[in-house]
Design a protein around this ligand. Structure first.
Ligand SMILES: Cc1ncc(COP(=O)(O)O)c(C=O)c1O
Length: 408
């Protein structure tokens, strides 16, 4: 069944904006997606009527407590876990620094941490800092630069009986590659290490089942999947109970609460629940989790079509070099996120030209520093990043590729 993108777009007020006489194409989706009206309403309604701190003996505070409970249920339905296995924070980066600091308490100079070249720096730098503080050694898993996939032999070579943590991405925010998360987790576990997954880029593009993957922690950010700016942290309850986060004394010592430092953005949590309900409203099934899963399966199909169309057009442009998987038979191994360079033009120049036409694309390294360095792009302004998501149509892809063709 194909997606009705026209109807979907109508739910997103930002998609009505025009630049240069055209509706804007937000091909900056990997940097952050737009939000549907119901998310905006949920956030403003909270601020209008229920705004309070949590834990008070009065109605708005009670409503706030209920809202937090509801947001945990929503995140749990999204990820396939129990609500008490979910904690919230400002964003993935902040949560990962908190997680890595907590895990650092048990690391010594004998220990090793594996990070990958495919990761966003938010799942690299926290571990480099931990290694610096504890004397642990960092080992890198490389990529195969012919198609920007994670080199599993390099991963195996980096693993040893000393490995304590394997930090990996579920999808590259630069080149779109989707590594095999379940297999990476199994290999980490086989050496006795914890597997920590960054699902920030993956989350808008496919279903997540943390129990099926078996990860020890997973982080993602709702602003990448049609929700507000916020971070979500999942870990099995036994880990959340056992690992010791840094916290203030009066705050609850119960997990998951003890992982949440200070007052949260309650309006963002209201937005998260609405965003998960929005995703569920796009699918079918008897409960919210199954509706989300079915909606995400449709997203995979829809976005695969966008990728095929984009790759087909770009493959006929001699002036465009695309990094990452371009084989139409392997589209399930990538998201519709494309890093490319245009001959004779810097990525910034290309992004500016697109921007003037109302097509928003990114340039630079988008904090995927290791990938950009590995591909030799970092010293040349990085690459142009064009990213699509569920609310993009084939017409959107065509407009982008027409503009790209005109740059030859
Ligand atoms: C793959 C990936 N990981 C981590 C991050 C950082 O997420 P946050 O902005 O929530 O800290 C991003 C942001 O772009 C990302 O794309």
């Amino acid at each position: 069944m194909s997606i009705d993108v026209v109807a979907l777009k109508q739910q997103y007020p930002a998609l009505r904006r025009e630049v240069a006489g055209h509706p804007v194409i937000h091909a900056d989706a990997p940097g952050g997606t737009q939000v549907p009206e119901m998310v905006i309403d949920a956030m403003t309604n909270y601020l209008r009527g229920s705004n309070a701190n949590s834990g008070g003996a009065f109605v708005t505070s009670e409503e706030t407590d209920a809202l937090i409970t509801g947001a945990r249920k929503a995140a749990a339905d999204l990820l396939g876990c129990s609500p008490d296995e979910v904690a919230f924070g400002w964003n993935m980066t902040t949560l990962n620094f908190a997680l890595s600091r907590a895990l650092a308490r048990n690391l010594t100079t004998d220990d090793e941490i594996v990070v990958t070249m495919l990761d966003h720096d938010a799942n690299i730098s926290p571990w480099l800092a931990v290694a610096e503080d504890t004397g642990a050694t960092v080992k890198w898993a490389d990529i195969d630069d012919s198609d920007c996939t994670l080199d599993m032999r390099s991963l195996d070579a980096a693993l040893s009986e000393r490995t304590r943590i394997v930090a990996f991405t579920m999808a590259s925010n630069a080149v779109g590659t989707i590594p095999r998360a379940k297999e990476i987790t199994a290999r980490a576990h086989a050496t006795g290490a914890l597997a920590i997954a960054d699902a920030v880029h993956y989350a808008p593009h496919g279903p997540i089942d943390v129990k099926d993957i078996g990860v020890d922690a997973l982080l993602c950010s709702p602003y990448k999947f049609y929700g507000p700016h916020l971070g979500i942290f999942y870990a099995p309850k036994e880990h959340l109970d056992r690992w010791r986060p840094y916290k203030v004394r009066p705050a609850s010592d119960e997990a998951p609460d003890r992982w949440e430092t200070g007052t949260m953005s309650h309006e963002a949590l209201a937005g998260l629940t609405a965003c998960v309900d929005h995703l569920a409203s796009l699918g079918h099934g008897s409960d919210r989790r199954s509706r989300i899963t079915s909606a995400m399966a449709e997203t995979v199909q829809h976005e695969g079509g966008l990728s095929a169309r984009f790759i087909d057009a770009v493959s006929r442009m001699a002036h465009v070099k695309l990094f990452g998987i371009s084989d139409p038979g392997r589209l399930e191994e990538r998201t519709p996120t494309f890093a490319l360079t245009v001959a004779g033009k810097s990525p910034l120049e290309v992004a500016k030209r697109f921007g003037a036409e109302g097509v928003f694309v990114w340039d630079g390294n988008y904090y995927a520093l290791a990938v950009m360095e590995r591909l030799g792009l970092e010293d040349h302004g990085g690459a142009v990043r064009i990213g699509f998501c569920r609310y993009h149509s084939t017409d959107d892809v065509d407009r982008v590729t027409e503009l790209l063709a005109a740059m030859g």
